[in-house]
Design a protein around this ligand. Sequence first.
Ligand SMILES: [Zn+2]
Ligand SMILES: [Zn+2]
Length: 389
Amino acid sequence: MLFKDEVVTSVDRLSSTLFATSRFLHLHPELAYEEWESARYLTSVLKAHGFEVIERVGGLPTAFVAKAGVDHPSVTIAFLAEYDALPSLGHACGHNLIASSSIGAAMALLPFLAALRGQVQVIGCPAEEKGGGKIALVKAGLFANVDAALLVHPSNRTELFKGALAMRALQVEFFGKASHAAAAPHLGINALDAMILTFTNLNALRQQLRQDARIHGIITDGGRAPNIIPDYAAARFCIRALDLEYLHALHRRVLACFEAAAHATGATVAIHQEGEEYHPMKCNRALGALFQANLEALGERVEHTPEDQELGSTDVGNVSQVVPTIHPTIALTDRSEVVCHSAAFAEVAGGAAGDRAVLTAAKALAMTAADLFNCPEALQTVQQEFDQV
Ligand SMILES: [Zn+2]
Ligand SMILES: [Zn+2]
């Protein structure tokens, strides 16, 4: 039996290490797939605390798995660490706090694992902001022997469950024929016109879509000079929906918009998928209920807001489809206008409020793992829900 006050004390003992970790990452923001310093720092802290670290897992140079506990555990809990930052904004999504709270929970549980016959893992997940590193880790089978996956994301609100939209990202290119725009327009094929028609087609399509669907994009190449008929145009799009079936239907209709534009202008079209397909979030209510009770025991108040509104996409969705997962958020400030992906959020994530969030999140995560280690019935309920939904 592992008592919660022992877990809390264990996290408190680690506080200086956790604050130093979070602040180091904050001062060294690195972009998706380039998190060299961050991964090095995190793995060295974990090694120093007795974790066995496997680096470069899933074919990703900045991914890792750190394990501690017994070799053939009855229960294995994984804490997910994210540590990539955003272009020009640094840690404006607060992933420094995710990494620090996840290693904090794992390290705090370490002294108790032998008696519990348990194992904890920190799975170092690169590239949440771009590319979806966890998708490669899921495909590599890293979650096959994990009973539950947990992480806490900083936010402007403390919330338990939030959906996530399935997503595909596409690049489209149109190839036309250059010509003098004044002297010989009749000899040209206008690739930019194909692109403009694409946006017009998509705008028409958008009126007939379900509320959860999203299509949005930018033109990345629209020609060279106004007196040359553009022979090349390119754009990037994201398409999203709450479930994969609708996403795939949407995908087919978006392709038709591209092809119709090519047909109308005489351009040829090339369509490329960018990165992996993001899956929707499968929220585990039983696991979330354990986490909520622990968070409230620590004096935090949970807000209940609509779960299917104001959604983005995350590669945690793919993890949640293969193992019981929670991805709750914790408020960094009581100023609700300070939202993720803003300079103000980055500043808060590197200060005292960030430190406080790390400690609270690490405690609630470790206490929730303690519930699963202590009580096989609790884990069974979590697993049953996962199997049924
Ligand atoms: Zn983000
Ligand atoms: Zn994030």
